[in-house]
Design a protein around this ligand. Structure first.
Ligand code: ADP
Ligand code: MG
Length: 281
């Protein structure tokens, strides 16, 4: 439409040239962009400010960006800089070219060895962030990208506080994604531990990778929440017994007894070596 044409012709601060749309999330669009000075390609996340962004929000986003620049990790998308126009916020970040892990699962469940490789990388990224006090709070296959070698990169990290503000302020509320990855204590809104909530989401992701479908599903939202509260799911028969044990520990509805990330890293299922040649197919 005319709006996106306007975006495409934008020369951001005379610095970036915006190209094609790479992806769309709950409240942002991400475009291919090129830094005109260096020639480097980046991913540019464009967020409409609308009226929801109060005074002071920009400072908060900048703080988040600098925090993110402190969590450099091979499995986390690096943020470069943040810019703003009158109506929009632009976040330049590392470009990841292989698409979402979501698209891979959409073609069917993964072999256990392949799922292990992705999960090892996810846990490594999440553990790194937790050790630095950064919590994602929106881990799901749409936010896990694959580079050209098949390496997993977590995106959206550290911006979760900001995105939650937008959601609570009602922006694009109806297009808010499925709550299928959200921990029971988060639904309960009684306050929660960000680390434990992330671990739950990792459990849902591991289940989805191995099963090809969600652990908690129901056309009725209330019924789905009930299943999440109870931790009411079944592992399909093709899960190995070790995978079953790990998924069950991750999807413990009680955050206090849920497995800690250090124990996930020590688990026999995760620690098995996998040939890297399995990736990139
Ligand atoms: P939202 O916060 O609205 O969910 P995201 O940051 O998740 O927005 O970006 C939306 C989509 O854009 C992602 O699901 C992905 O497909 C694509 N995307 C996000 N970051 C990158 C990136 N660094 N490189 C390539 N594509 C990306
Ligand atoms: Mg997203």
């Amino acid at each position: 439409g005319s709006n996106s044409d306007a975006i495409h012709s934008t020369l951001l601060h005379g610095k970036y040239e915006l190209g094609r749309l790479l992806g769309q999330g709950t409240f942002a669009k991400v475009y291919h962009a090129r830094n005109l000075k260096t020639g480097r390609s980046v991913a540019m996340k464009v967020v409409g400010k609308e009226k929801v962004i109060k005074i002071g929000m920009m400072e908060q986003i900048k703080r988040e960006i600098s925090a993110m620049n402190m969590v450099k990790h091979p499995n986390i998308v690096q943020l470069h800089e943040v810019m703003a126009s009158k109506s929009k916020i632009y976040i330049a970040m590392e470009l990841v070219r292989g698409g979402e892990l979501f698209n891979k699962i959409a073609r069917g469940r993964l072999r256990e060895e392949v799922a292990r490789l992705y999960f090892q990388q996810l846990i490594s990224a999440v553990d790194f962030c937790h050790s630095r006090g950064v919590y994602h709070r929106d881990l799901k296959p749409e936010n896990l990208l694959l580079d050209e070698e098949g390496n997993l990169k977590v995106t959206d990290f550290g911006l979760s506080t900001f995105s939650e503000h937008l959601r609570h302020d009602g922006l694009l509320h109806t297009t808010c994604g499925t709550p299928a990855y959200v921990a029971p204590e988060v639904i309960g809104k009684k306050g929660y531990d960000g680390a434990k909530a992330d671990i739950w989401s990792c459990g849902v992701i591991l289940y989805v990778l191995l099963a090809g479908f969600l652990p908690f599903q129901d056309d009725n939202l209330v019924a789905m929440y009930k299943k999440i509260y109870r931790g009411d799911f079944k592992c399909p028969p093709w899960f190995s017994s070790e995978a079953r044990r790990l998924v069950t520990k991750l999807l413990d509805p009680n955050p206090n007894s849920r497995i800690a990330i250090s124990k996930v890293m020590e688990s026999s299922w995760l620690k098995k070596a996998v040939p890297k040649s399995l990736l990139g197919n």
